[in-house]
Design a protein around this ligand. Structure first.
Ligand code: C5P
Length: 422
């Protein structure tokens, strides 16, 4: 008997069992959850009924199993809205391609999909399906949509499948699902879309992504330079999330003091002009994300030796404009990445400036963030962003930069879905 888990103890779990061979693992999942003190109510889809019986689920959960949207018995006991709201966490295991598609599109034509639409609670999905179905652009699009909507995922894992194929599509093991649930219930704000639990490892497989990050340093003389407060945290987090999603990532970074993300190809540069050359050398790519805080100006006629104080007074610096890397990538006549994403750090009139930047620079998406005094965004760990595109604005809440990164990668996957890799 497993130890009672303080995070799961007395928590109300609504488990939706979809129709797939992995449904048998739902039985073990219920057992594991109850051992840890969790209370499990089960909703079984019509397809799920073909794989496991309501009797087994009811016996293991110790509660009646719900199957019908229009069940008079259930409605008198507990309406479907109440069923979804009274839970602390909703878990879909197995989450079939069909259930994911319904939830991604807001369909509500049976009990399971209605509950997913009616809930105000966190939802964790454990997908299970044939490899081809998981890799199909429609499912990738749906997964990206669900992740962008804040749905959590665990798995699927690579492995031998019941249908005789090998690859991603195997449902996470019950104890892995329990671990993901514990994380979700512990209120870790970084969990949504973060870490191995959330980002499917093959979401951006075969895609090449070039990302700029950090500040640039523009020399004045051999010992001095002009810089800005960018830490590189946001750009590096995006690179990490993209690598985790299976993309080939080239990260071109100005001088930063944070560690390199794992599994990315690093290019270290100092000035804006170096950064531009590195970007051009790294293209073509499917996606370009310009997260660097590139200095707008450099010092013209830098001194080869340290500028000394003289009685004649302070030296004056003449500035020259740096190339706009984002605009150059966006307006390439050939080899323009399918998706070009820029950032707009503003201290006032955020959305107005972001929209103007979208047009002026010709990119597809601008991530606008307020870096005004007191925002603590530059150099900080959190970010509140608005995604400005030609079709509108999507505002996200204050999030950990890792989560912003993961969500952005999901959004990119969604925008790329269906297109051929570069
Ligand atoms: O014009 P502004 O600097 O506010 O634009 C910010 C966006 O443009 C960021 O995505 C940044 O990486 C990019 N940028 C650039 N080259 C510049 C200036 C900004 O790529 N010289």
């Amino acid at each position: 008997m497993a130890q009672v888990d303080q995070t799961l103890k007395d928590r109300k779990i609504l488990l939706i069992v979809g129709g797939g061979i992995a449904a048998y693992k739902a039985l073990d999942l219920i057992r594991r959850l109850r051992e840890r003190g969790g209370q499990v109510r089960v909703v079984l889809t019509a397809a799920g009924r073909a794989f496991v019986t309501p009797l087994s689920l009811a016996s293991l959960s110790g509660q009646p199993v719900h199957e019908d949207l229009f069940s008079l018995t259930d409605e008198t006991e507990m309406g479907h809205i109440e069923l979804s709201r009274s839970a602390d966490l909703i878990v879909v295991a197995p989450a079939t391609a069909d259930l994911m598609a319904k939830a991604a599109n807001g369909l509500a034509n049976d009990l399971a999909s209605t509950l997913l639409l009616a809930t105000d609670k966190k939802v964790l999905m454990a997908p299970a399906m044939n490899v081809r179905m998981w890799l199909h652009p429609a499912t990738r699009r749906n997964a990206a949509r669900l992740m962008a909507d804040g749905i959590l995922f665990t798995g699927p894992a690579d492995g031998d499948m019941a249908c005789g194929e090998f690859g991603p599509g195997r449902m996470s093991e019950p104890l892995e699902i329990v671990a993901a649930m514990t994380q979700a219930l512990s209120g870790d704000t970084r969990l949504p879309l973060n870490g191995d639990v959330a980002v499917p490892a093959c979401l951006l497989k075969g895609r090449r992504i070039v990302i700029t990050s950090g500040p640039t340093h523009e020399p004045i003389d051999p010992v001095r330079y002009i810089a800005n407060r960018s830490s590189g945290r946001q750009g590096h987090a995006i690179a990490q999330a993209a690598a985790r999603a299976g993309a080939h990532v080239v990260l071109i970074s100005g001088p930063v003091s944070i560690p390199d993300p794992v599994g990315v190809e690093m290019r270290r540069v100092e000035t804006a002009r170096d950064m531009l050359s590195a970007v051009e050398a790294a293209l073509p790519a499917d996606v370009f994300i310009g997260a660097a805080a590139v200095a707008d100006w450099r010092v013209e006629g830098t001194s080869d030796s340290k500028i000394k104080k003289t009685p004649a007074g302070s030296p004056s610096l003449k500035l020259a404009e740096n190339p706009d890397i984002l605009a150059q990538v966006s307006t390439r006549s050939s080899g323009r990445p399918q998706l070009v994403v820029g950032f707009a750090a503003e201290t006032n009139d955020l959305l107005e400036h972001a929209r103007a930047k979208l047009t002026r620079k010709g990119c597809d998406l601008i991530i606008a963030n307020d870096v005004g005094a007191g925002s603590n965004v530059m150099g900080g760990t959190h970010n509140k962003v608005h995604l400005v595109s030609r079709t509108g604005v999507d505002s996200w809440p204050l999030l950990d930069k890792d989560e912003v990164a993961s969500r952005l990668i999901m959004r990119c996957a969604e925008l790329l879905a269906g297109s051929e890799p570069e």
